[in-house]
Ligand binder design. Structure first.
Ligand code: ADP
Ligand code: MG
Length: 260
């Protein structure tokens, strides 16, 4: 069986004036279909670079990215990216933001309407369908971005610290929502975050990135029930896994800082 997503020896170097920045170095990663994978790492460890490469917005210096066995050569509807913040079209209503990708794909209007209705309901936005982004709270705006990505029914959903700018309460509501969407749709999810608690709550698996150059330091299976609610965050199993991974992230960050 082919995996939903595979990275083979993916390296990305940037040339900044005369200096070479090695954002990622030899990333090998296989994500089975339907998995919820979280990648954690300190700021600058290459998380956004990794997602850009998978999204096809950037090209590896070396190595290959495969989605469903096919090499990635550019952006495509098989991958839906939810960026960090502020990427909605301000002049489009909520429903027209959600329809955007479907218009690009020339999906017929009946199917477009069906999917817009479905994903607005799934993200709890039906009553805001005719609002403009600026009339919404930060959390609601991120829900629109999620609905927009989901509407194309991608093979892989890519999330780049999508809740980073939200207050704790809203963030936890969003975590519950994204988990429910994952259970409902069965989509493969690749999420990057610096928030270890978030990664352990959401992921079935957590990969820790080391910094400078970005590389995989640890690959951890989250041994918690598939159906979880926020109360799991207070259980001993959760707390101990969270502490272990936080220590790993901290150690990797220090190692990176020493050699650079
Ligand atoms: P993260 O998302 O984990 O904070 P990034 O992927 O944004 O990390 O960045 C990883 C490293 O690559 C950083 O050192 C960053 O400065 C560098 N980098 C990222 N994008 C570019 C770019 N377009 N040009 C030059 N350097 C870049
Ligand atoms: Mg980033």
């Amino acid at each position: 069986m082919t995996s939903a997503l595979e990275l083979r020896g993916v390296t990305r170097r940037f040339q900044v004036r005369r200096r070479t920045v090695q954002a990622l170095d030899g990333i090998d990663l296989t994500v089975p279909e339907g998995q919820f994978l979280c990648v954690v790492g300190a700021s600058g460890s290459g998380k956004s670079t990794l997602l850009s490469l998978v999204a096809g917005l950037d090209t590896p210096t070396e190595g290959t990215v495969l989605v469903d066995g096919r090499p990635v050569t550019g952006p495509g509807p098989d991958r839906g990216l939810v960026p960090q913040a502020g990427t909605l079209y301000p002049w489009r209503t909520v429903e027209r933001n959600v329809a955007f990708g479907l218009e690009l794909l020339a999906v017929n209007s009946a199917e477009r309407a069906r999917r817009v209705d479905w994903y607005l309901a799934e993200t709890g936005l039906s009553e805001f369908r005719r609002s403009l982004p600026r009339q919404l709270s930060g959390g609601q705006q991120q829900r629109v971005a999620i609905a927009r990505a989901l509407a194309c029914e991608p093979e892989v959903l890519l999330l780049d610290e999508p809740f980073g700018a939200l207050d704790v309460q809203t963030k936890e509501d969003m975590q519950v929502l994204i988990r429910q969407i994952w259970l409902d749709t069965g989509t493969t999810v690749l999420m990057v975050t610096h928030d270890v608690e978030e990664a352990v709550f959401l992921g079935q698996r957590v990969v820790v990135l080391a910094s400078d150059p970005g590389r995989i330091a640890e690959d951890i299976t989250v041994d918690l029930p598939r159906h979880r609610d926020l109360s799991v965050k207070r259980t001993p199993g959760f707390l101990s896994l969270r502490a272990t991974i936080e220590d790993l992230v901290r150690a990797q960050h220090r190692n990176g800082a020493v050699v650079s």
